[in-house]
Design a protein around this ligand. Structure first.
Ligand code: LCV
Ligand code: LCV
Length: 261
């Protein structure tokens, strides 16, 4: 499900699960963990995360077939995508997301959790919890908030519409947008620049920025209220309907409305 390579202190992970549009399943995430471990032992100084050249879908996000039935938190701490995002954030060298094609759902957050994003000009990002009636989790929403202005995060999350990388780059969400023909050259040039600098200083600054970006206070009461509200969603009929509709390849018919202030 992943192709790995190391050259010039740069580790490359290529998503290779075309038949499921590179949806992230548990087995794929286990492969990520092993790959990053091998990169760490090899002293890799920069990681490039990419899809195969010419991909029209970079990743379809969380593997919907692995979402739990109603009643269980679909994005709990041990969920594979949550684990993947933590691994990217904790890896002691920069991870550059090299994007071509469309990016969906949890894959948007995965890319936003990377340190740098270089995208081909035809790429798009679509956040999809509202399309499936999934109650995104607090840490995940913070990743969106650290990547995009609040109103852009809301537009992505509430409309579930694909946003162009041109627009996201103009908003500072994406580092560089290039013609597809230059995507590899520009990405790896940046990776080489990083690999030529001091790995220790970069690793420590990356960890400091992770801690600073996550430094938000929240009262235990607020956290418990959020978890209670999320439970209403993943316990709902509409949660089951969202997943069923995807599997039946039809538009979901959401009927439920919030009964909380
Ligand atoms: C499992 C899939 C998937 C998939 N899982 O090809 O962010 S949250 O909260 O929403 C979070 C829970 C999350 O990330 O949920 C996943 C959100 N992702 C999506 O909503 C994208 C769902 N996929 C699509 O809209 C289409 O597959 C795209 C537009 C990505 C590609 O369309 P295309 O016509 O090229 P198919 O739809 O025909 O997909 C090929 C096969 O991959 C499966 C899909 O069911 C199909 O399987 P079959 O060949 O068995 O029919 N597939 C696609 N995405 N996320 N399976
Ligand atoms: C002492 C100097 C310096 C200098 N200190 O003229 O941000 S952090 O964490 O990195 C932080 C710790 C920090 O700010 O570190 C300093 C970072 N600065 C740099 O890396 C820039 C170093 N300097 C240069 O790259 C060049 O000096 C520039 C491009 C600024 C100017 O080049 P130019 O050819 O015009 P010289 O390099 O010939 O410098 C003239 C004299 O000033 C000294 C330099 O060693 C030289 O001394 P000598 O004439 O004795 O050879 N010098 C320059 N910068 N930051 N000394």
């Amino acid at each position: 499900m992943l192709l790995l390579a190391i050259a010039d202190n740069i580790g490359t992970i290529t998503l290779d699960r075309d038949h499921r549009r590179n949806a992230f399943c548990e087995e794929m995430v286990q492969g990520f963990t092993a790959a990053l471990e091998s990169f760490r032992s090899a002293g890799v100084r920069c990681v490039v995360l990419r899809a195969k050249p010419g991909s029209t879908v970079w990743s379809a996000g969380h593997d919907i077939d692995e979402l739990p039935a109603a009643g269980l938190d679909p994005l709990a701490w041990r969920d594979p995508m949550r684990k993947l995002i933590r691994e990217i954030e904790l890896f002691p060298a920069p991870v550059i997301a090299m994007i071509e094609g469309s990016v969906w759902g949890g894959a948007c957050e995965t890319v936003f959790a990377c340190d740098l994003i270089v995208a081909a000009s035809d790429a798009t990002f679509a956040a999809t919890p509202a399309r499936l009636n999934v109650p995104y989790n607090v840490g995940g929403l913070l990743t969106f908030l650290n990547a995009a202005p609040l109103n852009i995060a809301k537009e992505m999350l509430f409309t579930a519409d694909p946003l162009s990388v041109e627009r996201l780059c103009s908003l500072g969400v994406i580092n560089k947008v290039v013609d597809k023909a230059e995507l590899e050259a520009v990405t790896f040039a940046m990776a080489h620049r990083i690999a030529a600098n001091a790995p220790l200083s970069i690793a420590v600054m990356k960890e400091q920025l992770r801690i600073l970006a996550g430094a938000h206070t929240m009262s235990p009461e607020d956290f418990e209220r959020i978890q209670g509200l999320r439970r209403v969603v993943y316990n709902s009929q509409d949660y089951a309907e969202g997943i069923r509709a995807f599997k039946e390849k039809r538009k979901p018919n959401f009927k439920q409305f919030p009964k909380f202030p």
